[in-house]
Ligand binder design. Structure first.
Ligand code: NAD
Ligand code: SER
Length: 343
């Protein structure tokens, strides 16, 4: 008999760690986690971890015979900057990996006669604005505007949103006996900021990198211009959004892909927030023109009206609460502990 479980791929990453910490506190199903990397020791007791590759078809086939997944949080991916350095690998992981997981969910939905929930984090990178004048003019984008990504990662995210919709609505549409379809839901996240983990390989990373560097007393050279505006969100809100979306009754959802966001600010405003908390921080601006080009194509704000009106989305942390109540105290404590001599 297969064991019921929640599957989290990419579980060792930033969102994965926060999601494990949150889900394991709830009276929920056992967590099965899959990642190329190990889970940090403090989370290891809260899940059954498989070290492996989502592209390993034998591994996925084995998991399907052992587990019955209620929900799949498919987080494994290469992020935007890393994907530009290895676009073909990014396509394999981000698209082929997602396709393989969608097939697992489709097969399981059919076998048990009940949809598997497939929750997919998409990104602000799914957008692609042609130039800064239009970014200034079309400041706040709805889901269907400017979906013309200029990065491999953005193309991958946009296509996977469509693949998920295909598998949940049109899969085997010419069969006489239509199968029970999976239930695909996706969030387009802004840049996420965690107090407990530092990102790598993304292009929104300058915000969290600046903050974590300041807390450690390290100088930081920001790789985008001071006037660069992007949307951001504190990690606890990202986890809340994933869990809230997973729990909404299907009939309340008017779409499969929703923008969610919290606050937008310029890189200079980010520096000012950092200096307010860490007055000795050394932040300079040394724009990397190639990475700058990527963020210039991403919107300054995401319009998340659909999520707010259809399923009550509202971030708990606006700009000031995010810095004052979540980021600064927890980051301060984290590095203060690390700075203590070992006993
Ligand atoms: P992350 O880079 O911290 O984590 C991704 C994880 O995926 C890593 O632990 C990595 O080892 C794993 N992984 C990569 N390739 C794999 C493979 N072939 N097989 C198994 N595991 C593999 O990223 P994150 O910030 O936790 O992001 C999680 C998801 O959310 C990603 O899909 C990302 O695109 C999306 N997202 C993140 C942000 C953000 O700002 N962090 C914003 C929008 C969307
Ligand atoms: N933070 C992510 C990145 O920059 C956005 O999806 O790649």
């Amino acid at each position: 008999m297969r064991k019921k479980a929640i599957l989290i791929t990419g579980a060792s990453g930033e969102i994965g760690q926060a999601l494990i910490a949150n889900l394991s506190e709830q009276q929920s199903l056992p967590l099965l986690t899959l990642d190329l990397h190990t889970i940090p020791p403090e989370l290891a007791g809260r899940c059954t971890h498989i070290g492996g590759d989502i592209l390993d078809s034998k591994l996925l086939a084995r998991l399907v015979t052992e587990y019955d997944f209620e929900i799949i949080f498919h987080l494994a991916a290469l992020l935007s900057t890393r994907s530009e350095f290895s676009p073909e690998l990014a396509h394999q992981v981000n698209v082929d990996g997602t396709l393989a997981l969608l097939q697992v969910a489709a097969e399981q939905s059919q076998r048990r006669g009940k949809p598997v929930s497939f929750i997919f984090p998409s990104s602000v990178a799914a957008y692609g604005l042609p130039n800064l004048a239009i970014k200034a003019r079309d400041y706040r984008l709805k889901e269907w505007q400017w979906a013309n990504p200029s990065t491999m990662y953005g193309c991958n995210k946009l296509y996977c949103e469509q693949l998920g919709i295909y598998y949940s609505k049109h899969y085997q549409q010419l069969s006489v006996n239509r199968p029970v379809m999976l239930d695909f839901r996706s969030l387009r996240f802004p840049g996420l900021i965690s107090a407990y983990t530092v990102p790598s390989g993304g292009t929104t990373d300058y915000g969290p990198e600046m903050l974590h560097a300041a807390a450690q007393g390290k100088p930081y050279a920001c790789f985008v211009r001071e006037d660069t505006v992007l949307p951001f969100m504190a990690m606890p809100d990202a986890v809340t959004a994933l869990l809230q979306l997973a729990a909404v009754p299907a009939e309340s959802l008017g779409r499969a892909v929703y923008n969610v966001t919290s606050f937008s600010l310029s890189a200079a405003d980010f520096r000012d927030q950092v200096l307010h908390a860490f007055p000795d921080a050394q932040v300079t601006f040394e724009p990397d023109l190639r990475r700058q080009g990527i963020v210039d194509s991403w919107p300054a704000e995401l319009d998340d009206t659909a999520a707010r009106t259809e399923w009550g989305w509202a971030p708990a942390y606006d700009l000031q609460r995010a810095f004052d109540e979540y980021l600064v105290p927890n980051i301060r404590q984290r590095y203060h502990h690390e700075a203590q001599p070992a006993k």
